[in-house]
Design a protein around this ligand. Structure first.
Ligand code: SF4
Length: 517
């Protein structure tokens, strides 16, 4: 169904909006086969930004013609054939690099335009796609990585996430949103999907309706990080599972039709929600979908930040899920193939990505747990990682990202390993590193958030890589964004400064006291 682009007459809309009026982002899929035949030089520069709708960004430097590709993985759940296919793409085209993102997706690097059609064909065969992985569109829908196996979940959200994802992914009614649009649906009682930092989130809730205890969702809107971070506001509504799609469509329609399209830095849904407030937003929502009951009870117990290390019983008797650490979310294709082999040998072959950039192997029968844990690969991909490497998150950074100001991924790994040798703490300290204010590494919710900047150096000529330090972020109890400490630290001195800071924390704390406490 076509919709009226009422903003088309607004002269103040930004340049990206003007380009989106000329060409829908999803149309890039029609052009890619031709560019693949004719080569990178045949792609007009003005078309480069449109590749985002196909999950493709040009790596740095753009002129070299290498692409980063992000593949959508709703709730992070992959079957054996899908994992093997993804590993094959990383091995055959991506120099072996396989990155797990903070939205449960997978990223490849070093791809050439000539290779993209074959990669798309391989993904399509497996029911996977890159559509909407980037761009001003509904992004990968994050969810409970334990959906369907979680002994604590209120309900299995797998079919809901799948339905929403399929509805929005190639839908040209919703492919021209004012800005990126992030959705989460989870019934995990530990807020594994980081509800408060999404544009729209469905979170577990229960309510007595006509005397019957009913399971469903609460609705949060207007969260998002980047340079002006907001935590999502809860609307006073209760949503039954069968209403989720209609409510999601209504919220997305409101964003599409009322979201700002002028200054690009104010185009996310969070700015509309901040201006309207939750009451007005709810009123508008009900205009679209009719009455909804008021909020019920929230059964969420705590926030686990997406960490599931160790062996845990599933809701299915005799089966277990096992959470492993992937240092800063980066695997080699050979490791992914080995993990797929192990998951199939001892379980069903499934692998689930977490938004902490780690993974879970589910469906492991009791008797297979010990033999699985003795596999060689789990010396690096640890089930019980040290406190710093186990709780470090990093964005892509200057290695591949055009917006990055500093190197992040390898630096974060090196620093975490150094801290594990130098500082012995009894609680995890979550450290997130990002290469610019865009916050793909979600630094605002970290115990210690490290944001890359450039600064003048006294000793060296020109600008050097440096970091701002932000402390005290959490999504526990409704959430709190971390706060910036005064000053900035030269990247070279960062490990030593963090060591001193964390030794001080260790000396001051009581046993068991966490960084946020
Ligand atoms: Fe690039 Fe910035 Fe995102 Fe890091 S946070 S991946 S530097 S855009």
């Amino acid at each position: 169904m076509a919709y009226e682009k009422h903003w088309a007459d607004n002269e103040k809309i930004n340049a990206v909006e003007k380009q989106k009026l000329e060409m829908d982002g999803l149309e890039i899929f029609d052009h890619i086969p031709r560019y693949a035949k004719e080569g990178f030089d045949s792609i007009p520069k003005q078309m480069w930004p449109m590749f985002k709708w196909a999950g493709l960004y040009l790596q740095r430097p753009k002129e070299d013609g290498y692409f980063m590709m992000r593949v959508c993985i709703p709730s992070g759940i992959l079957n054996y054939d899908q994992v093997v296919t993804l590993a094959g793409i990383a091995r055959d085209y991506g120099r072996g690099v396989y990155d797990i993102t903070t939205r449960q997706a997978v990223q490849f690097h070093w791809l050439r335009i000539e290779e993209i059609p074959d990669i798309f064909a391989r993904l399509e065969k497996m029911g996977l796609s890159t559509a909407g992985a980037c761009g001003d569109i509904t992004r990968n829908i994050v969810g409970n990585p334990l959906a369907g196996i979680d002994p604590d979940e209120l309900l299995d959200t797998t079919p809901i996430v799948e339905e929403l994802f399929r509805f929005f992914q190639h839908n040209k009614d919703f492919s021209n949103l004012p800005r990126k649009y992030k959705m989460s649906v989870s019934a995990n009682l530990r807020n594994a999907s980081n509800a408060e930092i999404n544009c729209v989130s469905f979170t577990p809730a229960v309510k007595k309706i006509d005397g019957v205890e009913t399971k469903g969702f609460h609705l949060k809107v207007g969260g998002g990080l980047s340079s002006r971070p907001y935590l999502a506001e809860t609307l006073d509504v209760f949503v039954r599972p069968e209403q989720v799609k209609d409510v999601a469509v209504a919220v997305t329609t409101i964003f599409r039709d009322y979201g700002y399209r002028e200054k690009r830095t104010r185009n996310r849904l969070k700015f509309l929600v901040a201006d309207w407030g939750p009451e007005k937003f709810k009123e508008k929502l009900l205009e679209y979908i009719g009455p909804l009951p008021e909020k019920g009870e929230e059964p969420v117990k705590e926030w686990n930040a997406g960490y599931f290390y160790g062996v845990h019983p599933q809701k299915q008797k005799g089966l277990n899920y096992i959470g492993f650490n992937v240092p800063v979310g980066r695997l080699h294709a050979d490791e992914v193939l080995e993990l797929a082999r192990i998951s199939k040998r001892y379980g069903k072959g499934e692998i689930r990505n977490c938004n902490s950039q780690n993974l879970i192997l589910p469906h492991i029968p009791d008797e297979n747990v010990e033999p699985l844990l003795h596999e060689e690969i789990f010396r690096r991909i640890s089930v019980d990682p040290p406190k710093f490497i186990g709780y470090s998150v990093s964005c892509t950074g200057i290695e591949y990202c055009n917006l990055a100001l500093v190197e992040t991924k390898e630096r974060m790994r090196r620093i975490a390993e150094y801290l594990d040798e130098e500082v012995d703490v009894d609680v995890p300290v979550r450290i997130h590193m990002v290469g610019c204010p865009n916050s793909c590494g979600q630094r605002q919710i970290a115990d210690i958030g490290l944001q890359g900047i450039k600064m003048k150096s006294r000793e060296k000529k020109g600008l050097v890589e440096a970091f701002e330090i932000h402390v005290g972020g959490t999504l526990e109890g409704g959430g709190e964004l971390n706060r910036k400490l005064k000053g900035k630290i030269d990247g070279e001195h960062l490990p030593a400064v963090l060591k001193a800071f964390l030794l001080h924390f260790r000396e001051q704390k009581h046993p068991g006291e966490t960084f946020h406490d």
